[in-house]
Design a protein around this ligand. Structure first.
Ligand SMILES: [Zn+2]
Length: 478
């Protein structure tokens, strides 16, 4: 599991800023050329073999830019493209769909295709790669058609370098040294044998592959270094828990505790600001457009420059996000404090669904979810707890009493949960946590069970529990 350490530099003087800008430009150009080449699905074989791609791209390298820096740009392009494909697989929920749709050899063939970038590339071209195991051709074609349909829709347009603001270097391209108590990073510049010296604000351990990111507002750069999270010596041994990601609080645990109060209010406030700003900016965009159409370029420019700048918007957004991160971080730390051996959670990686609450903007809720997921993965890993994704369908509508299990959406009244069948009463978010925990060892419902099937299973169970005497002979004397 990787985390990123960030080290900021002191503000850079004009010459250093300019040199770094030129390097980022050169890097971005090579990366963008590589991304364009990788956008063709026929080239996805290279995503499985980055070195071959590098060797082939070398012929088109730019003059006057260190070869090794361009190698890094090409590898970075491969990395970006791989993430693009992975994100498409996740957001299309293609794996869940395959589970629901196919079994036997078609199932095996579909997962075999999903395992390699080259095969996925062929699928997107409508071709059926031949597996090492036997699958009849018509079945192959059917699976390929299905995967292609799922993925094409989810993938969208391939990535390009839009903002030229970072570059990657490995440890042959830079070295770290200290001088008079200050730490420096010396990076190979575009001029042979000359290094660009970046003074750091603080001190830290810098090594391996790092990314240097420009911050033009402050004229600084920061060095981003990924590192492995150290595993604890002892795996966690606490009682397993179920955690429900909420909208009022960050998390509700099956043990009855809620973490991160004030979370819902904060998200609502952020949503409101995001929506209002968005609407106001749309009106201003229209205004500028109309002025430009009428030939009043001065006015159009003025509006764009004075009212539609990005600087303040970005600053406000990042303040809001920092506040969310703080509250999420604290909640997660507290929730996992007792080091549960297993944590049952819903799948937080599907970010395309609607917001959990209608009051929240989709942008905010999606972002908050991914912040929560990232934090949970980190904390669980660091504390030795195992995160288990379980099926979350109907977990907030099902009575948690094992002998009851009545499912109905009317069980929920705002924050309260009340079961009309057995009379159980409690907090609605905690109920979801309890049910998520039960799903850990549910014999019939796994992560991939379709929602509609989950409902049938739950209803069937409830019916069987309530009619234990059905089919058994009546006691004598009645
Ligand atoms: Zn009940």
């Amino acid at each position: 599991m990787k985390r990123t350490a960030r080290y900021e530099t002191q503000p850079l003087n004009r010459d250093k800023w300019r040199e770094l800008g030129l390097m980022v430009n050169a890097f971005s150009e090579t990366k963008d050329t590589a991304l364009r080449a990788l956008a063709r699905t026929a080239a996805w074989d290279f995503l499985d073999h980055p070195r071959q791609f590098r060797d082939q791209t070398k012929a088109h390298y730019r003059e006057g830019v260190p070869v090794h820096l361009q190698d890094q740009a090409v590898f970075d392009a491969v990395h970006t493209m791989r993430r693009f494909v992975e994100a498409g697989i996740v957001s299309s929920r293609v794996k869940a769909k395959v589970f629901g749709r196919y079994s036997g050899e078609k199932h095996r063939y579909a997962f075999w295709l999903l395992k390699s970038y080259a095969r996925l590339g062929s699928v997107l071209q409508g071709m059926a790669p031949v597996p090492e195991f036997a699958v009849p051709i018509p079945e192959q074609k059917e699976v390929v058609r299905f995967l292609r349909r799922c993925l094409r829709h989810a993938l969208g347009s391939p990535p390009r370098v839009r903002l030229r603001r970072s570059l990657c270097v490995d440890d042959t391209l830079y070295r770290v040294f200290e001088h008079k108590g200050r730490q420096y990073v010396a990076v190979a510049s575009l001029t042979p044998r000359e290094r660009l010296i970046l003074p750091l604000r603080g001190k830290g351990r810098v090594g391996g592959n790092v990314r240097i990111v420009l911050d033009s507002a402050r004229r600084t750069a920061s060095v981003h270094m990924p590192y492995d999270v150290r595993q604890p010596a002892q795996p966690a041994a606490g009682e397993p828990i179920g955690l429900d990601a909420g909208v009022t609080e960050v998390l509700a645990s099956s043990s009855g505790t809620k973490y991160g109060p004030g979370y819902g209010k904060l998200l609502e406030q952020l949503s409101r600001v995001t929506n209002e700003t968005g609407r106001a900016r749309n009106r201003l965009h229209q205004l500028a457009k109309r002025a430009a159409a009428k030939g009043d370029q001065t006015k159009a420019c003025r509006v764009r420059r004075n009212n539609l700048g990005q600087k303040k918007l970005r600053a406000r957004r990042s303040r809001g996000e920092a506040a969310v991160r703080t509250i999420v971080g604290r909640a997660v730390r507290q929730a996992l404090q007792d080091r549960p051996a297993v944590v049952a959670m819903e799948d937080l990686s599907h970010l395309r669904g609607p917001a959990k609450s209608r009051k929240l903007s989709r942008i905010v809720s999606r972002w908050a979810r991914s912040a929560l997921r990232e934090r949970l993965e980190f904390r669980a890993e660091a504390g030795g707890s195992r995160l288990e994704t379980v099926n979350a369908a109907y977990t907030s509508q099902t009575c948690p009493v094992p002998t009851c299990g009545y499912v109905h959406k009317d069980n929920r009244h705002g924050d309260r949960f009340h079961c009309p069948r057995c009379g159980w009463d409690g907090d609605a978010d905690v109920v979801a946590g309890m049910n998520l925990l039960h799903r850990l060892d549910d014999p019939d419902i796994n992560q991939w069970t379709p929602k509609i099937r989950v409902k049938v299973i739950l209803m069937e169970r409830f019916r069987r529990r309530k009619e234990p005497l059905l089919g058994t002979p009546l006691p004598a004397g009645l």
